[in-house]
Design a protein around this ligand. Sequence first.
Ligand SMILES: Nc1ncnc2c1ncn2[C@@H]1O[C@H](COP(=O)(O)OP(=O)(O)OP(=O)(O)O)[C@@H](O)[C@H]1O
Ligand SMILES: O=C(O)[C@H](O)[C@@H](O)[C@H](O)[C@H](O)CO
Length: 163
Amino acid sequence: MGVSGCGKSTLGAALAAHWRVPFYEGDDYHPPTNIERMQRGQPLEDCHRLPWLHNLREIIQKHLDQKSSAVISCSGLKRIYRELLGRESNLWYLWLDLPQPLLSTRLQNRHGHFMPASLLHSQLATLEAPTPDEQFLQLDASQPTPLMLARIDQLLKPVGSPL
Ligand SMILES: Nc1ncnc2c1ncn2[C@@H]1O[C@H](COP(=O)(O)OP(=O)(O)OP(=O)(O)O)[C@@H](O)[C@H]1O
Ligand SMILES: O=C(O)[C@H](O)[C@@H](O)[C@H](O)[C@H](O)CO
C-alpha cells in the first residue's frame, strides 16, 4: 500500500518472485472508467474505488480460502478501504512510505504510465496512515528493493514456505 509512485508495483513483483507466489497488480483490476478518469487527471472518489476494492477482496478471499499466499499491490489509502480489503490475522499491509519530494521525482521520471504526477497532491491528501491496531509493516521506500525484501523476510514468510 501507499500513494502513487511509492514503489508498490516494483516491490510487489520482486516480493512475489522472491517468495514464488502469485503477484496481482492492483491497477489491472480497475474498471476501465477509473483508468480513464486518472488519465484525465481526476482523482478517484470512494464511489470509483469501491468496485475496484471489491475485485481485490475477491482475490484475497480466494487465497484465504485456499490457505495460499499472494502479493497484491493496492494504494489502500484510507482505513475504510483497508477494512474492505480485510483485517484477517494472516493479511499484512506493507506500507511503502516515501517523502513527497522523492515521490514527485519518481513520478516525473516515470514514463508510459497512465497516472499523471499531478495527482500526487490528492493521493497524499487522501492517505490515512495505518494505525497501531492495524496489521502493517512500515517500510522506508527510499531503500533499494533488496533491502526492503530483507526487512520483510525478518517478519513474514509465505504460507507453507520452508523460508
Ligand atoms: N526502491 C526503489 N528505488 C528507486 N526507484 C524505485 C524504487 N521502487 C520503484 N522505483 C521507481 O519509482 C517509480 C514508481 O514505482 P512503481 O511504479 O513501482 O510505483 P507504484 O506505487 O506502483 O505506482 P502507481 O501506484 O502509480 O502504479 C518507477 O519508475 C520505479 O522504477
Ligand atoms: O487513487 C488510488 O487509489 C490509486 O491511485 C490507485 O487507484 C491507482 O491504481 C494507482 O495508484 C495508480 O497506479
